[in-house]
Design a protein around this ligand. Sequence first.
Ligand code: ZN
Length: 243
Amino acid sequence: MSDRKYAILGDIHSNLEALNVVLEDAEEYGVSDYVCVGDIVGYNADPVPCIERIRGISAATVQGNHDHYCSNTVCLDDFHPLAARVVDWTRSQLSAEHIEYLRNLAYTARVGGFTIVHSTLDMPEKWGYVFDTLEAEANFSYQPTALCFYGHTHLPVVFDKHRGVERRPYRKIMLELGRRYLINVGSVGQPRDGDPRAAYVIYTPRSKEVELRRLEYDIRTTQSKVREAGLPERLARRLELGR
Ligand code: ZN
């Protein structure tokens, strides 16, 4: 039986202050392995330091939609103008090597005995969302392992499949044999569940425990960096609202 302890984090979105607090907490917790469910960049003002930190901890990482848009010459005409501005700005910050790194991230990965994906397992490159039990049900039919972690919605929630599929918020989950789980790990850098604290998950296979961690970080600093970079004010504001 594995003695590993995984920190599973995602939707960092160039928020270095939140990422630093999360990684400190994980280290104190005695985490052995880091896993990232994508969207290292986008929205906030520290794309390069966030990429460097994720690479520095050798996190098993999958690609998010923002990682994709910022590392490919996707036409931005169909984008919300605010979103397009941030993608353009982020692209301008990245070196050829950072772009190469983001572009080469896989869409899904198997880590230990579980699966990770940013969006959905059926067509991860379409960037669909899993919000409700119907969407989760569809995802379960493509899920090769009993346990899968994902991101993209920025809402920490567990879908638990035994007779039917149940959806619920969580703080701690004890995984039970014979059930299947699809777990959203929340967002490090732009939480949207009304709680502005950074979110990530610790998974301990030996005790079958999944724990959601929430951590205060220096939101003011992140906000002033967003403003200094000339990024939309709305992006700075939403951090303190957790929306
Ligand atoms: Zn995201």
